[in-house]
Every structure is written in C-alpha cells, then in structure tokens.
Design a protein. Structure first.
Length: 436
C-alpha cells in the first residue's frame, strides 16, 4: 500500500512548456532581431552595414524636441483615448492633408501604431487578409490574437500591389464572417505607393464585402512626391487610417501611434479604448504634448519634410539603379526608405554557391560582406524566391539634412549622395558585387 505522501501528485514545475503555444511558435520579430544582431556584431569589431532595421536616419525636428523638453514635467495619466489637443491636431492633420472628414472623436492615440494594430486584431473576431509581401508583424499579431491570416498573392511586375481582382478572389474563397484587410502604402518592404485607380478598385471590393480596412500610412508623409492618396478617400465608412511619429518625424523610439477611425466604426474605437484602458492606460504624457507640435505642422515641418524626402528619393533611386546594373530586378521607390530587389536573374550562379533561398542569401551576405538585410520570406514571400528587403538608412541623417539645407534641395544629386550617404552606397556596391 503506498503511503499518503507517495499518493500526492506533485504540481508541475514551471518551465518553458508553460508558455502559450501560439507564443512558443514565434521568434523575435525579424526587424528588431536583425538590429540587435547587427549591433552585437559591431560591438565585436566587425564592419556591419545596417540595412536591416527600418528606422529613420534623420533627427527629430528640433522644435519638436524642444516641445518634448518643455513637457518633461507633465506627469498626469492622460485620457485613455489620448490628449484632447493631440486628437484635435491629428484630426486636423488628416483633414488638411488628405481631405478626410474626421473629428477629434474619431482619433485614438497608442504607444506605436504596431500596438494599436495588435489590439485591433484582438478586439475584432475577424480573419486577416494581407498582400504578400507585407510588413513582418501583421501575421504574427494575428497568431497571438488567435485569428487566421491569409496572404494574397501579388506580382513584381505590378509593383507587388494588391490588385482588386486578387482581393475579390481571396474574399470570395474565404469562409463567411468578419474580415480585416491591412493595406500599407507607401509599402514596407518595397517602397511603392498604391496608385489612385487601384485604391479606388480595392475600395469598391472592400465595400461590396463590408470588410474593415486598416490603411497603414505610417510612411504616408514620407512619400517622396508628397502624395497622400488614401483608400479612406474611397471607402471612408470602413477605414482606419494608421499613422504616428515613427517615420516622418523620425521618432520611432518615442512610441506614439495614431488611429483615425471612421465614425461608422465608433463601436470599434469604443472597444479598443476599453482594451487600452486595461493594458497601456494611456501613452506617456510628455510625448503626447510634444506630438501636438509635430501634428500641427507648419513651415518648419514642411521644410524638414522637403529635405528628408529629397534625400530619400535621390538615394533610393540611385541604389535601385546600382542594383539593376548588377542584374537585380528592382525599380526606384516612391516613398519611405526601403527597396525589395529580386535576385532571380542570378539564381543559377547563386545556387552553384549553395544559395537557394532568401534566408540563405541574407545570411551569407551578412557573413561575407557585413551587409545586414532581411529575407523576402520574413515578408511572406516563398523562401525559394531570391528577394530581400534593404533599408537604405545607414548614414548620418543629421549631417545630410544640414548639408541639404545649406546647399539647397536642388543640390541633392549624386555628388551630394557620395558626400553624405557613402556608407549606404558602399553597402549596395558590396551587395551587387557579391551577388554577381
Ligand atoms: N507599419 C509598418 C509598415 C511599419 O514598418 C512599422 C514599423 N515602424 C509599423 C507599422 C509600426 O510603427 P510604430 O509602431 O512605430 O508606429
Ligand atoms: N518597422 C520597422 C521595420 O520594418 C522597424 C520597427 C518594427 O518592426 O517595429 O524595420
């Protein structure tokens, strides 16, 4: 007979098997992981070209920094939906720049648009649709929220755009029920803006299927021509316009994102606010106060954007041309700071060197040239396609903006890029040479 002590079942010892299986299936987000790896390799003394993380190379506009300093004493918890003056400024910004009919009541402020997108997936019991390629975090967020996700095919020949007929086909194949589409323009990873007629076509499919759309316009103000076209113009009643300070204001580390939510979706804003109140409470007060200055815009912001866009346009165009000359399939970008070259024309030669996938391509590039990038597979492309994303941001953005201001925007030419963006050009040269 076992004694009483032997019969007691001991409780399980805590270990990694206690981690939720959806979390266990994930690894660190590739954008942040490549940044940490690049920094570690640099600390170890290797020459690393940081084209991995997509972070603005420019400083935050000086008067916005001053506004943050002046707000350092702000220590109250702010309203969950955001500082009222900031919600006014964000609604006015969308109205003035894009003609969207929004009021401060339609705005939600969060600690990065990334968090707001995650909360949306948590709150909406909806299937996610995203074009392939798309930014790395949308689908992992769906997993965390226990939603199913569908990648919709696109074609390089069509600038990797989601086409209305492809969206319609995917929606028609799907099971009945609520659906969410995330549409990012200008696009991370390829830098292309979605043309107005395509936006219009997508809007009519979205309306017909009554889906919710997140228009991820985090690079909207970084369109190199200043184009601000949005699907929200054509499908206002079902669209959330997502933006923030991270890219155009170069303040990724400040962690402030904005959602402009159609009044017809107020029920969604209400639900998001409840979850916000139970999770992050409110975004930090000093940054919200400083963000009012950023979103109000004005001549200083216009001047800053004119210079940063000119530099990004010239550099993106030059890098694309260098890669094309090296045999890659890639075109000049329309916005942001990314390129998504396809090295398929070199497939046979690369295969002979043991490189048959985008992940192997990026691993070997980093090992053998020090150029850090991310594989197309991280953005939903098949791993055997030889695509990669590079962020052309490894240069001193403060010096470059000062140089462009000093010499005038018209002087942002090849000689300017040679002087101020040499590291990126060197990285592209190394990459093109290595692949060829
Ligand atoms: N969308 C895209 C396409 C991005 O590249 C990023 C990365 N900054 C985000 C959303 C999230 O931005 P944040 O959380 O900094 O607002
Ligand atoms: N969005 C940036 C990128 O794609 C980095 C920040 C992030 O992923 O959160 O590289």
């Amino acid at each position: 007979m076992p004694n009483e002590q032997q019969m007691t079942v001991s409780p399980p010892r805590p270990d990694a098997s206690w981690i939720d299986e959806n979390v266990r299936a994930l690894s660190a987000s590739p954008t942040l992981a490549i940044n940490e790896l690049s920094n570690r390799l640099r600390r170890e003394g290797r020459t690393i070209y940081k084209l991995g993380l997509g972070q603005s190379p420019f400083p935050v506009p000086e008067h916005v920094v001053e506004a943050l300093k002046a707000s350092a004493h702000e220590n109250d918890y702010l309203p969950v939906r955001g500082l009222p003056e900031l919600r006014v400024a964000v609604a006015a910004h969308h109205r003035a720049t894009q003609g969207l009919d929004l009021t401060p009541e339609d705005i939600l402020i969060g600690p990065g648009s990334k968090e707001l997108m995650f909360l949306t997936q948590l709150v909406l019991d909806a299937e996610l649709f995203v074009p392939s390629p798309s930014w790395v975090s949308y689908v992992p967020q769906a997993r965390l929220a226990r939603r199913s996700a569908t990648w919709i095919p696109t074609r390089r020949e069509e600038h990797w755009h989601l086409m209305p007929n492809a969206l319609a086909a995917a929606l028609e194949r799907a099971e009945a029920g609520p659906k969410l589409l995330i549409l990012n323009s200008p696009s991370n990873p390829n830098g292309f803006r979605i043309d107005r007629d395509v936006l219009e076509g997508l809007a009519s499919v979205a309306r017909e299927h009554r889906i919710v759309v997140i228009a991820d316009e985090i690079y909207g103000q970084l369109d190199h021509e200043g184009c601000v076209d949005s699907i929200a113009t054509f499908y206002p009643e079902g669209t959330i316009v997502s933006s923030g300070l991270s890219k155009w204001c170069s303040a990724g580390g400040w962690r402030l994102g904005t959602f402009a939510i159609a009044p017809q979706l107020r029920w969604l804003l209400d639900a998001l606010s409840i979850v916000a109140s139970e999770t992050f409470s409110a975004v930090n007060a000093p940054v919200q106060h400083a963000a009012v200055t950023a979103f109000r815009g004005g001549p200083a912001i216009d001047d800053y954007l004119r210079h940063t866009r000119a530099i990004l346009r010239a550099l993106g165009t030059r890098c694309a041309a260098m890669l094309r000359a090296g045999g890659a399939l890639v075109e000049a970008p329309h916005g942001g700071f990314y390129l998504f070259p396809d090295f398929t024309p070199h497939a046979a030669a690369l295969s002979a060197r043991g490189v048959r996938s985008s992940s192997e391509l990026c691993r070997r590039l980093l090992d053998e040239t020090g150029v850090a990038t991310l594989p197309g597979s991280a953005f939903g492309r098949p791993d055997d396609e030889l695509t990669l994303r590079l962020s052309y941001v490894d240069f001193d953005g403060a010096a470059a903006v000062a140089g462009a201001r000093h010499q005038g925007v018209a002087s942002v030419n090849d000689a300017f890029l040679d002087a101020y963006c040499a590291r990126v050009l060197e990285a592209i040269t190394l990459m093109a040479r290595w692949v060829a």
